[in-house]
Write a protein that binds this ligand. Sequence first.
Ligand code: IFM
Length: 735
Amino acid sequence: MSMKKLVITEMNYNKEAYAHFGTKFLIGNGYMGVRGTMEEYGAEYMPAVNIAGVYNLASPEKWRESLNAPNPFFAKLFVDGEELSLPNSADKVVFHEHKLCLTCGIHFRKTTFKTAKGNVTIETQRFASMTNFNTLAIKYSVVSDYDCLSKIVSGIDGVVWDINGPHFTSFNVTDNVVTGICDSGVSVTTSAKDIPFGDVTNSKIENGEKSTMNELSFSAKKGVEFGFSKIAFVQTSLDDKISKEPRKANFLLKYDDLRNEQKQYWEEFWKNSFVSIEGDEKAEIALNYSIYSLQIVAPRHANALSIPARGLSGQVYKGAVFWDTEMFMLDYFILNDPKTAKTLLKYRVDGLKGALEKADREGYNGAFYAWESHEDGIEACSKFNVTDVFTGRAVRTYFDDKQVHISSAIAYGMKKYVSMTGDYSILFEGGLDVVVECANFYLSLLTSRIFPKAGSPRKLEILDVVGPDEYHERVSNNAYTNRMAKFVFEFTLEALNIAKKAIKKNPSLYPFPESLNALKAGLKKIIPDMIDPKVNKDGVIEQFDGYFDLEDVSVDEVRSRLKDPREYWGGSNGVAYPTQVIKQADVVTMLAIFKDEFEKETMQANLDYYEPRTEHGSSLSACMYGLLQCFCDVPDCAYPMFLKSAEVDIVAPKKLWAGGIYIGGSHPASWGGAYQMLVYGFAGLKHNTKTKGKSSISFDPHLPKHWKRVSFNMTIEGKKYSVKITHDKVELNQI
Ligand code: IFM
């Protein structure tokens, strides 16, 4: 597969775009993400070294969230006493280029300032090492076209951007080391070593209360480069718990060696993971950007860790893990990096404790997984999760206590992993307990009416939930939730059968208590009694009881009813609530998942009905519509949905506020959704699970007209394949 150089570039300085570019130019390595902000930016411009899996609550009236480490990339330039920095010196900028090289995993910046005497150019390159997980590196060079006396202040800035902070209530600062300490005892240490180059005339260290800075003075000659390289290390007090290996500060590492390693890592990575889309460079770049982005948030350093809904781009959504991982991102890892896929699922095994506690707290049995999950499955979602923009008052939301479909996503993830990798080990490492407890949870949600409507049989229903469309809260018989609950029952039976067989061969694998036989018998009886979705005369499935009776107006009409663009559309006060306008794919998600159970006409009828009524207010929406459009063989309609998903963080964001809450940052579910669209939608991959010990791989491609050929590699059941698809040919080769 030929691989072009993949680079994302922005020319000219745009002060207003700092939040968007911080996300768009993100680097990371799974241990941490570093926002693509300028080196000289202070906390108000949202720089962040966001750490995976480490959380803190700053004070009871705030929300628990992930931590940002003291920033070792801070640097500011002074030339002949004049500060040259952004945004302060924006009026002096004569050239500005901001680049992210996906091919080598390095962030570049070049800015030329015009001073009274001539031009001064800063060039930086920096990366988060893919081979040394707690390690960051930067090279900062300056060149002027006149002789000057310069100073670079380079250090570790402990004044970090926080949403629900400040988290560090005390600091330990010594030369080139800053430790931020939270009241909980959790601490984060950033240490660094600067190696200056050029004619250094003086260097001294200034330690403040929260920061340590090197002041490097240079006597600079016209045209001669000066600056520094720096290797930095981030460590947390939880490293031993989270990481596979202890994380050390290794000051023997050299910038150039690390950079070479970094380039080699990415070269190898792309050899296997580049997806070629001949005939559409824009789509190719966007999809590979999504793949790069998934790779930089993949927790390869950990045994059991997952990916937050905003990746490692900051603390939005509390740095929490959502159903986004299992429903949207997991497939990419299953097909490309099954080890990481297992790490993601093991996070849910560790989270079972929190899920059992949540179910108990809410009055159910089994495992009720968190809507916003922190370590050990703790629910991070507040019962008042949005703010009324007019009164400033917190509004009661039902994301955490009624979004019961989250548990089914975890079981669904287990099923996908087991069947596509052929690796059942996860079931015996806690996965089976997860699945069984999810089944117990849904069993405890089932209700049957004592007096069913005349003529209708007594059926099992699930009442009072929030489905994927979060705008309509506390609804009954959400078609998606009901089908997913049924899926959990079905998969539990399958998983228990797998377990029984494996235990026969190796009884020490899993203790199979008698209660599981009883569960099996119970599930078999219950499945046929579950209520079927309600379908109207046109084949449209009702999203929930009473949905068709709601006001039928357009998305634009509902939008026009907003009195403030930051208003929350959902909940009983929201503009969408009394209407059929929905936030994101709901019935459509169900159809995309269970496509083999429905006729094409039904899928198309539902697409036609729901698409005009969907705001796509969530980045999880477009890819599900796009997938279903592919399954309905209308790939050219699916194409804009694909671009919307793959380009989500490349183009300027449209919606940054929901009910007074900032929701900017990166969108891993959308990246994963774009990947699913490519592989399952356009390429039409089908992995048919084992019957009589055999499984098969087939393709039902639906390429957009202007695409010539799609090529990618994938791993299924431990075998690696190369796939090449054109409009009239499918080539699948084991490699
Ligand atoms: O998980 C999603 C949810 O479905 C819609 N709101 C945003 C969450 C995080 O991406």
